[in-house]
Design a binder for this molecule. Structure first.
Ligand code: GLP
Length: 239
């Protein structure tokens, strides 16, 4: 695992983009994340695309997760998030982008379909954020590492943390989500995890320090992965 600390989110995200670009080509498959953490990385991707340095025409993408119970037109759905923050600004083909179909009335069929898509995909680089409780994707503490795509009941602390995207009203935050499993995340060839702000310090400490791997802090599973880059700002650094 490479652990890199930067003065700011911007600097960390610039370096994350350099690393990403060294690991992919224009035919690669990306695993994408939502939330605040990857936004500045997506800005780097967009500006390099706009400068004519990279094309996403043949790139495929798979997203980690999606809320259950809000429409894809909702500005905080992860379908919409990806359009607003990345897909609308690069030349990726809509048909090559995949976000869990958590709005499907037959949810178990949708889970199965996404699992099959993931099983047939080879993700070159998975972008990750991390929850303050150590969740990756929406794999909350206690999730068995062997689980694949599944529906999650979000923990209270996750609902509270994400209420900042819903007018700070926890009643507006969905209570469930569909997520890739840890097993699916671990199949990626490379992982780039971004974490910013003091709230992430504890999870980062457990991820970077020592040998403990526990389902109670899901991100610790990444200690078992052969190629992980962890980029943080100094507020998220634990030293
Ligand atoms: C969210 C997402 C995760 C994300 C994490 C951190 O709930 N489901 O994929 O990595 O929590 O979010 P943020 O980057 O906004 O701090």
């Amino acid at each position: 695992m490479k652990y890199l600390v930067f003065d700011s989110k911007k600097e960390a995200s610039k370096e994350a983009y350099k690393i990403l670009k060294s690991l992919i080509n224009e035919n690669s498959t990306l695993g994408l994340a939502t939330g605040g953490s990857p936004i500045a990385l997506y800005e780097e991707m967009i500006s390099d695309y706009k400068a004519g340095n990279f094309s996403y025409k043949n790139v495929k993408s798979y997203n980690l997760d999606e809320y259950v119970g809000i429409s894809y037109d909702h500005p905080e759905s992860y379908h919409k998030f990806m359009e607003i923050n990345l897909f609308n600004h690069i030349d990726i083909e809509k048909a090559n982008t995949h976000v869990p179909d958590a709005g499907n009335s037959d949810l178990s069929a949708a889970l199965k379909a996404y699992q099959e898509q993931l099983n047939n995909a080879e993700i070159d680089v998975q972008i990750l954020g991390v929850g303050s409780n150590g969740h990756i994707g929406f794999n909350e503490p206690g999730t068995p590492f062997e689980k694949g795509v599944h529906v999650v009941d979000l923990k209270q602390e996750t609902i509270e943390a994400n209420s900042r995207f819903f007018n700070n009203d926890i009643n507006l935050v969905p209570k469930q989500a569909v997520t890739m499993g840890i097993k699916d995340i671990m199949r990626a060839k490379h992982i780039i995890l971004l974490a910013f702000g003091e709230a992430k310090q504890h999870a980062i400490k457990r991820l970077v320090e020592g040998d403990e791997i526990t389902e109670n802090i899901p991100c610790t599973v990444l200690k078992n992965h052969p190629s992980v880059y962890v980029l943080v700002d100094k507020e998220a650094d634990f030293k």
